[in-house]
Write a protein that binds this ligand. Structure first.
Ligand code: SF4
Ligand code: SF4
Ligand code: SF4
Length: 272
């Protein structure tokens, strides 16, 4: 039973957040929201321990679809980066800002890019494409993410400066159109570069937050150098080109690790 301690602990962490937010903000939504996400994540860890090969995909679909369909389309909460700027500028500390604080700004100090591996609704679709591992070397076009980042900031700033009316409605449509553009760009780049995660590597504006914060992540895949035989298999199965055999924080593409555990599952010496 000891091996199931981790999913139970994870559920308790999420339940604590759920109860704290419910009681401090007097809003039942937070109890439901964080309990649901906690159950999805705990189920994923449970399935991983049971060696179910779809464990990560199950969490990705449970959380990703909930965010996209329920929060985004039904509740009309813009959870994209534009929504984050919008709620930040209005001074409302609600779903989108809490989501960014927990999943993308402060959370990565604890669990790195776990969001990207287990919850993102963009990657949820991209991971169904045929290029799980990049076919070629990495391109030097990561600067595109900064253009996307400042474009989103500029767009929302302009709406506020021009005192545009019906901002809630505009943000809802920005969510629909923005998601459409992300999916279109993500699929096109995946086929162009033969790499499902090309969008994550070069375009996604959220990585401007995620990369520096995950540099300090507590949760990391580490290599036992005494067991490693330098076969290179971990590098060949990694979707993010991480040099996981290097234990230093400066390892190549270290801030891109999405904790998918493909390297761990494939290491013939159980060195990871
Ligand atoms: S890099 Fe962006 S698109 Fe990719 S998984 Fe992370 S948040 Fe989603
Ligand atoms: S797969 Fe395992 S043994 Fe092979 S290089 Fe990676 S860590 Fe070392
Ligand atoms: S294969 Fe390993 S190093 Fe690469 S992203 Fe997944 S967990 Fe991280």
């Amino acid at each position: 039973m000891k091996k199931y301690l981790l999913p139970v602990m994870m559920l308790l962490v999420f339940e604590t957040i759920a109860f704290l937010l419910w009681l401090t903000k007097d809003n039942l939504f937070y109890l439901f929201n964080f309990s649901y996400i906690g159950m999805a994540v705990s189920l994923g860890i449970f399935l991983y321990i049971r060696k179910n090969r779809f464990a990560r995909r199950v969490v990705q679909l449970l959380v990703g679809l909930y965010m996209l369909v329920y929060l985004g389309l039904i509740c009309q909460e813009n959870m994209q980066i534009e929504g984050f700027w919008y709620y930040l500028f209005t001074g409302v500390f609600e779903a989108a800002t809490i989501h960014y604080a927990v999943a993308k700004i402060f959370g990565p100090l604890l669990f790195g890019r776990g969001w990207c591996g287990y919850a993102c609704w963009t990657a949820m679709v991209l991971d169904f494409l045929p290029y799980r591992v990049p076919a070629g070397p990495r391109k030097k076009i990561g600067w595109i993410r900064y253009i996307a980042f400042f474009a989103s900031l500029g767009f929302v700033s302009a709406l506020f400066l021009m005192q545009v009316k019906n901002l809630e409605r505009i943000m809802f449509w920005a969510f629909i159109i923005g998601n459409g553009l992300y999916y279109a760009a993500g699929v096109a780049l995946a086929f162009l570069f033969k790499d499902n995660r090309a969008f994550c590597k070069y375009v996604c504006p959220v990585t401007v937050f995620l990369k520096p914060m995950s540099y300090f992540s507590l949760l990391r895949v580490k290599c036992d150098q005494d067991k490693c035989v330098s076969c290179g298999r971990c590098r060949r199965v990694c979707p993010m080109d991480v040099d996981v055999t290097d234990n230093s924080r400066k390892r190549k593409n270290g801030t891109e690790c999405i904790l998918c555990m493909e390297c761990v599952k494939n290491c013939p010496k159980n060195a990871l």
